[in-house]
Design a protein around this ligand. Sequence first.
Ligand code: FAD
Length: 316
Amino acid sequence: MKQTNKTQQYDVAVIGAGSAGLQAALTLGRMRRSVVVFSTDRFRNDPAEHMQNFLGHDGTPPAELRLAARKDIERYESVEFVERAVVAVAGEPDAFVVSVDGSPDVTARRVLLATGLADELPDVPGLTDLFGTVVAHCPYCHGYEFADRRVGLLGAGPHIPMLAQLMSRLASEVVVLTNGAEPEPEVLAAIKALRLEMHTGPVLGVEETEKGLKALLDYEHTVDLGGMFVAPTWRQAAPFAEQLELETGDLGGIHVDIMGATSRPGVYAAGDLAHHRDLPMPMASVLTAAAAGLVAGAACDRDLVMSDLAAVVTAT
Ligand SMILES: Cc1cc2nc3c(=O)[nH]c(=O)nc-3n(C[C@H](O)[C@H](O)[C@H](O)COP(=O)(O)OP(=O)(O)OC[C@H]3O[C@@H](n4cnc5c(N)ncnc54)[C@H](O)[C@@H]3O)c2cc1C
């Protein structure tokens, strides 16, 4: 494991080495920026064996893409990887301090947060084990894999009618399991209008079957499904939005402008953890995270260029 260079001030500390952080590091490394990239061994898509809907990599195991990205970046000598968790970030432009678990603090001129989100699933026994295979949250990532199957939608929230309509184009049948919740009248009206099978009892558990999974509604009654969608609650995977008092939105994403700048000067954010306020929700995918990493990396570089230019002009 590489130790950080105690005395060096890095141009940019990138926290997170998923697709957002890796792409940001690549962009910055190509500009010969001194970059330190921190990562733990946890990634949001760890539960999924395959990554869908990424051009040129549709169906690739997510770790393969990250490995290829790391190899690309290793060609750029100004980028260092440190496999350690960051515990705190503080400071201001040109003087950020990044505190690292079990390693000396690091200082950096700019910080780029790419620590992603963590998913909290409904409290249904067995759900966590099946998340990423026959239980999914994103129809654009996993909907096609459930094509021509009987697909369950767990929950009764306002997203159900849209998800039902969307999945009815792929699934052989859509079944709503409200898990004991009472749908609002307009949700119920849409479920009825779409003529969907609906079960209103609590789901006591889910179990994998040969053809997908079964949901246990009571000890005698099960619903057989080919796949199921859930709506996880998202939270920031790391505490830096709070520590740095960054503006966040209702869904918990760090508000960023179109270039990835947060509400705090010198702090950029890219990937699942960031949210541009014009988008209805954080656009969470491997490709959008990588694209945001490129943009935020370039914005960080430009910020440093402009700051250095101003210093040179002032000094003359
Ligand atoms: C089950 C599942 C399946 C999915 N399938 C797909 C799919 O098929 N296609 C698709 O496009 N998208 C898919 N997604 C979404 C995709 O996983 C995310 O959009 C993408 O991983 C976001 O990348 P990221 O770089 O923002 O975050 P992540 O990939 O989650 O990376 C976060 C990084 O931050 C690091 N980190 C976190 N905390 C700290 C800390 N304190 N200190 C240092 N480092 C830290 C982690 O170690 C990691 O390196 C799926 C998501 C889930 C949950």
